[in-house]
Write a protein that binds this ligand. Structure first.
Ligand code: 3H9
Length: 699
């Protein structure tokens, strides 16, 4: 329950915002704060004010849950409150005891001085919600930091540690001890000086420099368009900072207000707000409550030091957890460890890792050829060759050797976790941890719950995911789990489209323009066409997939065209370049395959390409929900945004589907089923929701 307390310390009033979990500025909190400020200003005994937050956070910003909801007309706005504070004759000092984000930092910028605790982080992350700072942040921050630093902070949305904020001029001091006591002392000093308090709005000096550099904004726009392709909010942030540099303060504020209101109502912001909550929702598992006991993970082991194993090991070292990697030959181990070393060196060369931290991380990774050396590990992640027999043999060995309390996890991307668990005496401690390549970079981790995985095992692996910087999403056992099962529906259609008349670069362009970093064919070339070819052949031999549409991909592999690594695949690549170039040989192979299958090629419009790629993917997502293999549609969105590059500003495939309208998607799926058969039959959940006029987000 929101509460705002006022406590007197001599002539200083300490106002504490107490609205757990992050002291967000809800209508109730703002109302309470406005009442305290008004009462305090009317009290002649109060000479100065300190604003702070209860708990570990200063203020996490406006209450995002209230966006788009009706506001009582009489409720004070954050902007009005900041104006009252900034114009007050008594000084206000912000005691920033923890994160000051968005509206929280804007509130602090409206104060006359800011003191931060050493662990505090400060920033304007509104852009990540498809918004921009809407309570003066774009106008006041540049006046404190200068335009360039403000652009970097507002456009990236990153929070800065207290020391960096001090260097930038955002805070006046970092308190060594109690931040509130330091702020009270500072407030007393300001009051005693008897001068009118310094208003941030009046600080003009640092923005003057930008006026002499008109090209600054044009260059920044260009660079931002490249870095945040497709996102609207970063460009609007730049517009507002430019307004700060070129317009009087009051007009700049007006421009910011108009831009903020436009953003709040935008489709992109709705999508990005959905993603914000979805990312936090993902950790909540109905039958594994937050207080479920977890196993302490003090040491980890990884079996296999190939591309995946090496990347997985780096995650542990990055989080400060010692990890031992096991390989079968000395050569493979040396190769794997040397790649890890090169990866770290590349990060250090870019200035993103100090030499000392690099050495510390490398020191946490040990290589061995002996399973004996991992007996004491708390978790073992297997990343050996993707063959059921090899996996089973590895798990038998691990089960016999590693301490009984340890969790045994498999990084399989296609095999049955239950079948692997069944060869051990501890199926309750077996789980899938499906990392995405490159495993040290990609944030997604599909944690695959086996039939027998215990709650403790699940809770441990979900908590561990967060500790190693991943977003863990709990999924069930099925062919391809959630992400790859949906991916199969998408690539199948991409392959069908090229047989019916489109060319790979045409399909890729539609998907790229939609917002993915690349289309399915360029992605195949990057991942290596031989990987899926091998899986396909195995599945065909097992009678699991007899879809004929992969004929061109198969032929390219038969020609040794495995993608970027061989310089040619769906596209050709010039030496040292990753730019896909169309190849007449591929086109001829496609035309020949179409003719052999008796298909009359036709021109396929961009809209059809998009529908054919996206709707079957969404339909597969609906089947997954029906089968209970993902907990909620927003979990699927998180998987696709973080594992496959689905544009976050579209909210993920299931959110996107709701915006398109399920009735339209159902109509297209029915047509596709008629043309292509059962594999494209609409999911029962899609049928039901469309009939009821609902969406995946409101089943
Ligand atoms: C804004 O300020 C607009 C203004 O410019 C203009 C206004 C006119 N509202 O992340 P956590 C919830 S826009 C409502 O795990 P942490 C969150 O959903 C806002 N709820 O904590 C979760 O709930 P649950 C700009 C919020 O300690 C719980 O708090 N501000 C908000 O790891 C814990 O969240 C931002 O964009 C909110 N503003 O990190 C900052 N924030 O437990 C967004 C969090 O039910 N927030 N919740 O799942 C953050 O970046 C982090 O929460 C923060 C703390 C760094 C503050």
């Amino acid at each position: 329950m929101a509460e705002v307390k006022l406590e007197r310390r001599g002539s200083v009033a300490v106002i504490t915002l107490d609205n757990p979990p992050v002291n967000a500025l809800s209508v109730a909190t703002l109302t309470g704060l406005a009442q305290r400020v008004t009462a305090g200003l009317a009290d002649p005994a109060i000479k100065a004010f300190v604003l702070t937050g209860a708990g570990k956070i200063f203020v996490g910003g406006a209450d995002i849950r209230e966006f788009g909801k009706p506001r009582p007309a009489e409720a004070p706005t954050l902007s009005q409150l900041i104006e009252t504070i900034e114009n007050a004759s008594a000084p206000f000092v912000a005691a920033i005891n923890g994160a000051a984000a968005g509206g929280g930092l804007e509130l602090a910028l409206g104060c006359h001085a800011r003191i931060a605790s050493p662990g505090a982080r400060l920033g304007l992350p509104e852009v990540k919600l498809g918004l921009l700072p809407g309570a003066g942040g774009t106008q006041r921050l540049p006046r404190l930091t200068g335009v360039e630093a403000a652009l970097d902070m507002i456009v990236s949305g990153e929070l800065k540690p207290a020391e960096a904020a001090l260097a930038l001029g955002i805070v006046d001091a970092v308190a060594a001890g109690d931040v509130v006591a330091a702020a009270v002392a500072h407030a007393e000093k300001l009051a005693a000086a008897g001068k009118p308090p310094q208003r941030t709005r009046d600080l003009g000096g640092k923005i003057e420099a930008a006026k002499a550099k008109p090209e600054l904004f044009a260059n920044y726009r260009k660079e931002t368009a490249r870095r945040f392709r497709g996102y609207e909010a970063p460009q609007r942030c730049i517009d507002c900072v430019e307004a700060a540099a070129t317009l009087p303060f009051a007009e700049g504020l007006k421009a910011e207000r108009a831009a903020f209101l436009e953003r709040v109502g935008s489709e992109q912001s709705k999508a990005q707000r959905h993603v914000f909550f979805a990312e936090r929702e993902v950790a909540k598992i109905p039958d594994v409550p937050a207080d479920t006991p977890t196993l302490p993970i003090k040491a980890a082991a990884v079996i296999g030091c190939g591309t995946m194993g090496g990347g997985i090991a780096m995650n542990f070292a990055n989080a400060g957890i010692p990890v031992t990697v096991v390989e079968s030959t000395k050569e493979a181990l040396e190769r794997g460890l040397s790649i890890i070393g090169k990866n770290y060196a590349a990060t250090a060369a870019k200035g993103r890792l100090s030499q000392a931290d690099m050495q510390k991380r490398l020191g946490l990774i040990k290589g061995t050829l002996a399973y004996e050396d991992i007996k004491a590990a708390d978790i073992v992640i297997e990343a050996v060759f993707e063959e059921m027999d090899i996996k089973k043999e590895t798990f038998r060995k691990l089960d016999a050797l590693v301490k009984p309390a340890a969790i045994l996890a498999t990084n399989t991307s296609t095999l049955d976790v239950d079948e692997i668990a069944a060869v051990t005496k501890r199926p309750v401690k077996v789980i899938g941890t499906h990392f995405f390549s490159p495993a040290n970079v990609m944030r997604l981790l599909e944690n695959v719950r086996g039939r027998k995985s215990s709650k403790e095992t699940i809770a441990t692996v979900m908590a561990l995911s967060r500790r190693i910087g991943k977003i863990g999403v709990l999924v069930g056992v099925c062919d391809g789990f959630v992400g790859n099962r949906m991916l199969a529906a998408y690539t199948r259609q991409a392959n069908a489209l090229i047989l019916e008349g489109a060319l790979p670069h045409e399909v890729d362009k539609v998907i790229y323009d939609f917002g993915f970093p690349m289309g399915p064919f360029a992605m195949g070339d990057l991942a290596g066409l031989d990987v899926s070819w091998r899986i396909r052949k195995r599945r065909q031999a097992e009678g699991k997939d007899n879809y004929p549409g992969y004929v061109v991909g198969d032929r390219l592999c038969e020609m040794g065209r495995f993608g970027q690594k061989t310089g040619q695949g769906w596209f050709r690549y010039e030496a040292g370049s990753r730019t896909p170039l169309s190849d007449p040989l591929v086109e001829a192979t496609i035309l020949k395959a179409s003719a052999e299958l008796g298909l009359k090629r036709r021109k396929i419009a961009a809209e059809e390409i998009l529908e054919r790629c996206m709707y079957p993917l969404i339909n597969e997502g609906a089947k997954i929900l029906d089968e209970g293999l993902a907990l909620r549609s927003s979990d699927i969105d998180i998987i696709w945004i973080n594992g496959y590059g689905f544009p976050a500003y579209r909210g993920g495939p299931m959110f996107y589907a709701d915006r398109v309208g399920l009735a339209k998607i159902l109509q297209v799926m029915r047509r596709l089923e008629e043309q292509h058969g059962e594999i494209l039959r609409p999911a029962p959940l899609l049928e039901r929701l469309a009939r009821e006029g609902k969406g995946f987000g409101e089943p």
